[in-house]
Design a protein around this ligand. Structure first.
Ligand SMILES: [Zn+2]
Length: 456
């Protein structure tokens, strides 16, 4: 992999970033689905850690807590007419899935640095970006920088379980104050080393939209009774058949959501690939087929179907009266929760019901502009940090807290200043999450430049 070295801001202390990130990882701010299990003390420990570590930020910004746990910093600019920018991250992390603890080569809450990588749950999602924002603001304050445009920093405490008590409330507060952010930058994009088969060069992927989210519970019912006289198929058999049909019939691809990404990458492609990718009206089906070969690229063009929970049966010799499964869908722009439900109902047939499950249900967002002044500021900040790297839009596959601001903010972008390969995607929420220590200075530099470039 050939890469022009990132350009760092003078005076950035990469080791300080790494030390502080390691400390943040050691505070296990786990968000369990069952809110009762979540200890507010863990989040308050992060507040105290940030207060001790970033004294200038706390001295110069208005610091507020929302519902006691989410953090809102306002760094007032001198121009009260200018719409502020909002930088977002979240303090909580997902749990380690029980049974996978031993799969980690290094303690997920240890913050160890090994062979150029800093390990830990939250290192990339999302404490790395959070610490990078804080380091950047502290650094700018130290160097005497005064913004003319107000900078708002919003750190949620329950993003991993929907942000309903955190950033959703912060968003309501900002809206009530009449704040209309010029642009918002949150997690959900970074510099990938390559995107096979499109390019073997690094690309800064910026989420200009994000997928929607839906859980459906499938329920099959049966007669019950003794297992010695079974029907042709039990409730579990009917459920299994329905699941089989769902997995065999994925939702259609929407190659058009990558049109602007292909346009951005076109100048760096060979002539053949450029011809194919910029003529989707003709080659769309072939390109879609190419991309669906890998789960990471398949997820970028279609609504994904993932059966994540299943239950049924109580005893080996008793016919189950009910069997159920939960299916998680990440909905690509072009589909909707309604169209997914219709697709599922058609496939599972009359013997299995499908109904929404849980509180979280969101539609895919609209696309933010790639022609606006806000885009120019973001793109320039990325290019100043990662020279010779293409900046290309994509659709973030996970849900982010930024969607709570989507209705009243200008452009919303998802990018965090870190680098990785496409495999690192699977380590988010999974086993072995880690960041490259060489990203320390560049991530902080990116946020410094973003804040400064947004002033002009
Ligand atoms: Zn996250």
């Amino acid at each position: 992999m050939d890469r022009t070295a990132p350009v760092h801001e003078p005076g950035i202390d990469g080791q300080a970033f790494l030390d502080h990130l390691a400390e943040a990882i050691r505070l296990p701010t786990v968000s369990h689905e069952d809110r009762e299990r979540n200890d507010p003390g863990d989040v308050l420990a992060i507040h105290a850690f940030l207060r001790d570590t970033y004294p200038l930020v706390h001295e110069r910004c208005l610091v507020e807590t929302v519902t006691g746990l989410s953090l809102l910093f306002t760094w007032q600019g001198t121009d009260t007419e200018a719409d502020p920018i909002v930088l977002m991250a979240h303090m909580d992390v997902v749990p380690i899935e029980p049974g996978t603890e031993d799969d980690w080569d290094h303690d997920p809450f240890g913050g160890a640095t090994v062979d150029g990588e800093l390990w830990g749950r939250g290192s990339l999602d999302d404490k790395g970006p959070l610490i990078a924002v804080m380091e950047a603001v502290e650094h700018l304050l130290e160097s005497g920088f005064e913004p003319n445009r107000t900078v708002i920093i919003a750190f949620g405490h329950d993003e991993e379980i929907g942000g309903l008590e955190g950033t959703k409330r912060t968003a309501e507060l900002l809206r009530k104050r009449g704040i209309r952010p010029w642009f918002v930058v949150d997690e959900g994009g970074w510099v990938v080393d390559e995107i096979p088969p499109l390019t073997s060069e690094p690309v800064a992927l910026v989420g200009t939209a994000e997928k929607g989210y839906l859980n459906l519970e499938l329920i099959a019912v049966g007669e019950g009774g003794h297992s010695s006289i079974p029907p042709r198929s039990t409730a579990i058999g009917k459920l299994a058949a329905a699941i089989e049909r769902l997995e065999a019939n994925p939702l259609p691809t929407h190659i058009e959501v990558l049109e602007s990404q292909f346009a951005a990458l076109a100048p760096r492609m060979n002539r053949w690939l450029r011809l194919v990718l910029t003529n989707l009206w003709l080659f769309g089906p072939i390109v879609a087929k190419m991309l669906t070969r890998r789960p990471q690229t398949a997820a970028s063009i279609r609504t994904t179907t993932a059966v994540t929970m299943v239950s049924g049966g109580v005893k080996p010799n008793v016919l189950p009266q009910e069997a159920s499964a939960v299916v998680n869908f990440r909905i690509v722009p072009g589909d909707s929760t309604e169209s997914v439900i219709a697709h599922v109902e058609k496939l599972v047939g009359p013997n299995v019901s499908a109904a929404p499950f849980g509180d979280l249900r969101t539609e895919p967002t609209q696309f933010s502009s790639t022609e606006s002044d806000a885009w120019t500021v973001l793109k320039r900040s990325i290019e100043e940090t990662f020279p010779d790297t293409a900046v290309a839009p994509w659709v973030t596959s996970g849900a982010t807290d930024s969607r709570h601001l989507r209705d009243f903010a200008g452009d919303v972008y998802r990018f965090n200043g870190f680098t990785g390969d496409l495999e690192s995607l699977t380590r988010i929420h999974g086993t072995g999450e880690r960041v490259r220590t060489s990203d320390a200075e560049s991530a902080v530099s990116f946020f410094c430049r973003l804040i400064r470039n947004a002033q002009g």
